[in-house]
Every structure is written in C-alpha cells, then in structure tokens.
Write a protein that binds this ligand. Structure first.
Ligand SMILES: C[S@@+](CC[C@H](N)C(=O)[O-])C[C@H]1O[C@@H](n2cnc3c(N)ncnc32)[C@H](O)[C@@H]1O
Length: 228
C-alpha cells in the first residue's frame, strides 16, 4: 500500500487530482444540516474537498489538518475563488485549537480513521479524545458529520476490517446515526484510472481497474452524524 503520510506531505496536488474525480458532497452535508450562515470547522480538511464547496455558502470555515502541504492546496483554491471567510491551521484532531462552544457544524472526511484503525496503538483512546474535542467545540444544537471509507472498488458496502471497531464505537458509544452513499471516481480514461488508483490505493486495486477496465471506479462511503 502507498504511504499516505508521505502523500499528504509531498504529493498533495496529486491527491487533489484524484478526489476531483468524485462528485461534490455539498448536498449530502446540506441535507443533514443546512449550512447557510453557519460557523464551520473542517477537521482533517486535506486539500479542501469539503471546505471548498462549503465556503461560498457559510459564515466562516476553519480548515484544520496535520499536513501543511495539504492545507496549502486548500488555501490556493479558496484564494483563487476570491473568498475571505476562511482560515487554515495545522492541528491534530485530538487537540483542536478552537474555543469551547464556537462551531455550529464540524465536518470531517476520510481522516479520523487514521487515528481509529484497530492496528493503531491506543486507537480507542484516540477516538475518545477526538469525540470529546468535537463535543467541546460544538455549540448546543450543533452537529458533527464524519464521512469515512465503506469500500473502495465496491458497489455495495464493504468496509475495511480494521475500521469496523471504530465504526461500532461511533454507533454504540457516541450515539452517531449513519447512512451509506456512493462516491465513485469518474476518470478521463483507463490510463488515468490506473495511474491514480495505483498512486493512492496500491497495486491490487490498480490491477482490478486494468483487468475489469474500470474507467469508473465504484466506491462506497459511510456518513455519520451526531446532533448535540
Ligand atoms: C484522505 S485525506 C482526506 C482529506 C479531505 N478531508 C478529503 O475529504 O479529501 C486525510 C487527511 O487527514 C489528515 N490527518 C490524518 N491524521 C490526522 C490527525 N491526527 N489530525 C489532523 N489531520 C489528520 C491528513 O493529513 C490528510 O490531509
């Protein structure tokens, strides 16, 4: 498997190209919580997939991530769009540099999983810290929306085994509701599909793309939400 930490440090633009092949998640988020006029926090914002579609509609948005290189891509896109209601800051999910009761909505896409994989030492304690931070920072009546992997290369839910205990905690201990959605990648052609799949998901999935001629690579995601 490719080293994702290395990708987030040195290949942020290529990651952004990969996720530009997916549909916007604006409606998915806006259906759970109307975003207009809200103060929003995007934790693990990366290259700004969620921040950039939300920013034009919201009062303010703070994009946090542990990778400065990823946040630079976000900042470039927001500057280019001529927006001024945003900020980026390097931070870890377990210690958010934000005051108590200061956000109406926290969003997080494909990021908390890096602390919650069962092969990570202290994963349970990590998730506890993240969920306590989310609850501290949200205003009463606020909402958290957490989007995670539910199976790349799959048309129906097929979550990775190493995330199943984290998902189970979100439901049983932290009281999150969930639904699943499709987040397919529509590539320009088979060559691009193979190249970008190999870049982020590794050789096994890239070989499947080649063998099954998947210029459109199916993916499922799970959307968790918690209303305070
Ligand atoms: C798969 S990317 C997702 C980026 C973006 N949310 C998206 O939907 O495309 C994962 C991001 O999580 C960040 N990340 C991983 N662990 C983190 C942590 N403990 N605290 C803050 N950010 C973290 C990485 O730097 C990376 O930018």
């Amino acid at each position: 498997m490719p080293n994702h930490e290395e990708i987030y440090s040195n290949q942020a633009e290529t990651y952004d190209l990969l996720i530009s092949k997916q549909e916007s998640l604006y409606e998915t988020i806006n259906t759970i919580k109307r975003v207009e006029g809200l103060d929003i926090l995007d934790i693990g914002a990366g290259s700004g997939r969620l921040t950039c579609v939300l920013a034009p509609k919201v009062k303010s948005i703070l994009a946090l991530d542990q990778s400065e290189a990823m946040l630079q891509v976000t900042a470039n896109k927001l500057q280019k769009a001529g927006l001024h209601n945003w900020r980026t800051q390097v931070a870890d999910h377990r210690k958010l540099p934000v005051e108590d009761n200061s956000a109406d909505l926290i969003v997080s896409g494909w990021s908390i999983c890096y602390l919650g994989s069962s092969n990570v030492e202290n994963w349970k304690e990590n998730i506890h810290q993240v969920m306590m931070e989310i609850k501290r920072v949200l205003r009463p009546g606020g909402t958290a929306i957490i989007i995670e992997n539910f199976g790349t290369g799959s048309e129906t839910p097929n979550p990775p085994n190493f995330l199943s205990e984290y998902y189970s905690l979100l439901e049983t201990v932290y009281g999150c509701s969930h639904k699943w959605i499709r987040t397919d990648y529509t590539f320009e052609n088979l060559g691009e599909a193979e190249r970008l799949t190999r870049f982020f998901f590794g050789d096994i999935l890239a070989e499947k793309v080649v063998k099954e001629k998947l210029a459109k690579l199916p993916e499922c995601a799970v959307v968790w939400w918690l209303n305070l």
